[in-house]
Design a protein around this ligand. Structure first.
Ligand code: VGL
Ligand code: ZN
Length: 210
């Protein structure tokens, strides 16, 4: 089976130190996504990396809500927000890409979550689901129809990005062996079911050409 990925994009979601073992919001096995991503990235016609990029006063941080515990939730004007440990603060080591991630082949780095009052899980929209990052326009101008996704975390930034991709009319394929999840109170199973229901496809990076 010869798959042509010339008209396809790979979005590498948030492969940053803070989401890898030893980081502030470490995802179990987060660093295991690096090797498969490095192998397949050069095979795609369009290559995008995303970077969670928060100011220190970001309202998704529990530390900015006196008395709130990490992983509790609060109501924001745009809906329920998980209050995370402080992570991916702009310019810090935690916000940097994992040192082994091959960033050189990337065409575009898109940063998100830089507005203090609103979180951004998706590579396409802030969590209000309407403030765009610009990625949709970029992919359309480059003629992309299919978006493959890999990275961290399966149940938050990868899932939100895949759901938005489908909503925007792209076909979206999550590479499950090149993703890892946070799994907060069953969020991983819920995200997988939600993606399947929305028409997101699933495939293995191991089955793609390098
Ligand atoms: C993410 C929680 C908070 C992610 C980002 O990349 O999935 N999760 N910020
Ligand atoms: Zn974040």
């Amino acid at each position: 089976m010869a798959i042509s990925l010339e008209r396809a994009a790979l979005a590498v979601i948030d492969v940053q130190n803070d989401f890898c073992p030893g980081g502030a919001l470490a995802v179990t096995g987060g660093d295991a996504v690096v090797a498969p991503i490095n192998r397949i990235l050069p095979g795609f016609g369009v290559r995008v990396l995303t970077q969670d990029w928060h100011p220190a006063d970001h309202l998704s941080f529990a530390a900015n809500h006196p008395g709130a515990a990490p992983f509790s939730t609060t109501e924001m004007p745009y809906g329920t927000q998980v209050l995370w440990p402080t992570h991916c603060v702009q310019g810090t080591e935690g916000a940097a890409f994992h040192p082994a991630l091959a960033t050189t082949p990337a065409d575009l780095v898109i940063r998100k979550g830089f507005r203090p009052a609103i979180d951004s899980y998706s590579a396409f929209f802030e969590n209000d689901r309407e403030t765009p990052t610009g990625l949709a326009g970029y992919l359309r101008e480059r003629g992309v129809e299919a978006l493959y996704l890999a990275g961290l975390a399966t149940d938050f930034c990868v899932a939100y990005s895949a759901l938005d991709a489908v909503r925007l009319g792209f076909s979206a394929i999550v590479l499950t062996d090149a993703c890892r999840g946070i799994d907060l109170d069953g969020s991983l199973a819920a995200a997988m079911a939600g993606m399947a229901e929305a028409g997101v496809g699933f495939a293995a990076a191991a089955d793609l050409p390098g």
